[in-house]
Design a protein around this ligand. Structure first.
Ligand code: ZN
Length: 331
């Protein structure tokens, strides 16, 4: 099997999709496997992104909707959004947005929380206009009591939804709260803290307006203390998600290796197979039946430090194909 994914011509993916739908009955025993993609650069705007995805063999595109470290947003024009949507569709690519890193929905500072709601509203709006299947956000950090922080998060998301509905109308893309590495007072380091979304749904005016889900990040879970690299640890994680009512809320997996050891609550991503989670540990996540319908996105540093690359994508596909570590190529 040729694992080297060469850039494709626009019409080739359409054929692939077509072939897949016919191939399914021929291999009834083959278990479903997740789509795999990558965080991609938006240098030059959104229009070059689909080609970047094809260049490294990504089936799912994740991009920041605006500069992740600046409050002043870049707001793309309708032509760019339409071109982006068309480019993705023509190549059978799926899309998720990541909101800015500055968002803190739990902050006790009213001004910061309002700016965070505005930033999240823009991400949801852009997501709606581009047909994104999710908008990922970190929850934020708090000082003081967790239940107060939770109330602030619920109010801040409610505010963001209000603004996004006004700008983009119904329907909004699902909002996905991401698991954190558990640093300081950040929310999301424990799965229990993401149950906030279930409370969010009960909040007046939100039920049914905004689909809610979670994004689990393998490196964050590991840094936060979950032994997801071990077979039993992964089963425990899946069991906890199920028990908390969150398993069917998992709509995205961030597939990252970790440079830092388990439980240190410090988040440093590593290329797949080169970190503390390792090839076998991550391969078990990729091939776990409970996650087979969920898209996977790489946020690895890449061999040259410019983000997920063809080599990392090849390793991810080798994991998905069930190849042993010794057979993987790309290094
Ligand atoms: Zn992540």
């Amino acid at each position: 099997m040729d694992m080297s994914h060469k850039p494709q011509k626009p019409d080739r993916t359409a054929h692939t999709t077509h072939e897949k739908s016919h191939a399914a009955p021929l291999h009834p025993a083959a278990p479903p496997r997740p789509a795999i993609g990558a965080q991609l650069s938006t240098a030059g705007g959104f229009l070059p992104v689909p080609q970047r995805a094809l260049d490294i063999g990504a089936e799912v595109v994740q991009v920041f909707n605006t500069n992740p470290r600046m409050w002043k947003p870049r707001v793309p024009g309708p032509g760019e959004l339409e071109g982006f949507r068309d480019g993705l569709r023509a190549n059978g690519l799926r899309l998720v947005f990541h909101s800015t890193y500055l968002i803190n929905l739990a902050s006790p500072d009213d001004g910061l929380r309002e700016r965070s709601s505005e930033a999240l509203a823009l991400a949801l709006t852009t997501g709606a206009l581009c047909g994104a299947e999710g908008v990922v956000t970190h929850v934020g950090s708090h000082r003081g009591a967790v239940d107060e922080a939770e109330r602030r998060v619920i109010a801040a998301i409610g505010r963001a939804v209000e603004m996004a509905l006004e700008a983009a109308g119904d329907p909004l893309p699902p909002l996905l709260l991401e698991t954190g590495a558990g640093a300081g007072n950040t929310l999301g380091g424990r799965l229990e803290e993401l149950q906030i979304l279930l409370h969010l749904e009960e909040a007046v005016g939100l039920a049914g307006v905004l689909p809610l889900g979670i994004c689990i990040d393998t490196a964050h879970l590991f840094a936060s203390g979950y032994p997801v690299d071990e077979e039993a640890g992964l089963e425990d994680l899946i069991g906890s998600l199920r028990r908390l009512g969150l398993l069917d809320r998992v709509r995205l997996v961030h597939l990252n290796d970790s440079r830092t050891p388990r439980g240190v609550k410090r988040d440093v991503h590593e290329n797949l197979g080169d970190g503390r989670l390792g090839y076998e540990g991550l391969a078990r996540v990729v091939r776990h039946p409970a996650l087979s319908a969920v898209p996977f996105v790489l946020e690895t540093p890449g061999l040259d430090g410019h983000g997920p690359d063809a080599a990392n994508m090849e390793v991810a596909r080798a994991m998905r194909a069930g190849l042993p570590a010794s057979k993987r190529r790309g290094r």
